[in-house]
Design a protein around this ligand. Structure first.
Ligand SMILES: C[S@@+](CC[C@H](N)C(=O)[O-])C[C@H]1O[C@@H](n2cnc3c(N)ncnc32)[C@H](O)[C@@H]1O
Length: 277
């Protein structure tokens, strides 16, 4: 995947936004799905698409110190420098959609991937799943976390029952990149992940889908608006067709009614295990 295809930002606000999103995601839940055993010695863990590396740092705090935790991304500029990472965490520049380096194959007990939707094309995660399964040792586990837009729902307070909904058109603008592509937020591959995992030989599949609680709606909304603004500058403005300005006008409209209208969406995690034989 070419780096310029990444439509979100990589500056300090984007870093802070990703980190906040991470903590909102795991709030009331988990860093690692509880059905994945993580207390064995010399565990080898990989994360695909690390962003700022927040998951790696979080996980290193409660895995046994003998665990080796590797992070892979096409761009590591959002991560901490080597000296400021836990000693058992290392980062590698790897394109996880391309064929993977031979020395990584069958090396991992756990492979974690989260918020990777933008790198999934044609509503089809199969090429990525097939690639990631190759990283697993026999008996190893994969965990994929993704926003479940199929459960996306506008939420209104009593005072907001008649206010204009700018969120739905905003989601459409971002999802279609200003009307230039099919709407990726309409993709149904995340909720089909259990079937896809089964198709590629994984067993012990478990799903966890948690909507946000009321008290987190606004915090989640703020991070979503930040992400939309990043896309408006980075991907829509270069089209020079006014879609960036239209997007920012919708963001402003949503913000004006921030305490009256928001949305909910599922935090979906699907895990599966490579059979021992
Ligand atoms: C939206 S961020 C999510 C980061 C992190 N997983 C999180 O939940 O905070 C997606 C990350 O995937 C990375 N990425 C995109 N395509 C990739 C690819 N083909 N191989 C590896 N990483 C990729 C991006 O560079 C970006 O850092």
């Amino acid at each position: 995947m070419e780096q310029e295809a990444y439509i979100l930002g990589r500056n300090f606000s984007a870093n802070a936004r990703l980190n906040l999103q991470y903590f909102l995601w795991k709030d009331g839940g988990f860093s690692l799905h509880p059905s994945i055993p993580a207390n064995t010695e010399n565990l080898r863990v990989a994360e695909i698409g690390v962003g700022t590396g927040i998951w790696l740092v979080d996980l290193a705090r409660y895995l046994p110190p003998s665990a080796h935790i590797d992070g892979f991304d096409i761009d590591l500029s959002q991560c901490s420098p080597r000296e400021w990472l836990p000693p058992n965490v290392s980062l590698h520049k790897v394109d996880c959609v391309a064929p993977l380096p031979e020395h990584l194959l069958e090396q991992y007990d756990i492979v974690h991937i989260q918020l990777f939707h933008l790198a999934v094309h044609n509503n089809d995660p199969a090429p990525i799943i097939q690639n990631l399964v190759k990283l697993l040792k026999p008996g190893g586990w994969i965990s994929w976390g993704e926003m479940d837009y199929s459960s996306w729902k506008i939420m209104r307070t009593e005072a907001g029952k008649d206010v204009e909904d700018n969120l739905t058109p905003l989601l459409g603008t971002i999802g279609t990149l200003g009307g230039t592509r099919p709407n990726w937020t309409a993709d149904d591959w995340p909720i089909r992940l259990p079937d896809s995992f089964k198709k590629y030989g994984l067993t012990n599949i478990a799903t966890n889908n948690r909507p946000f609680p009321l008290e987190l709606f606004l915090f989640q909304l703020d991070t979503a608006l930040m992400a939309c603004e990043e896309v408006s500058y980075k991907a829509l403005d270069p089209m020079r067709n006014g879609s960036g300005d239209q997007c920012r006008a919708l963001i402003s409209g949503v913000h004006q009614n921030r305490q009256k209208l928001a949305y909910n969406v599922g935090r979906l995690t699907v895990v599966g295990q490579r059979p021992f034989k």
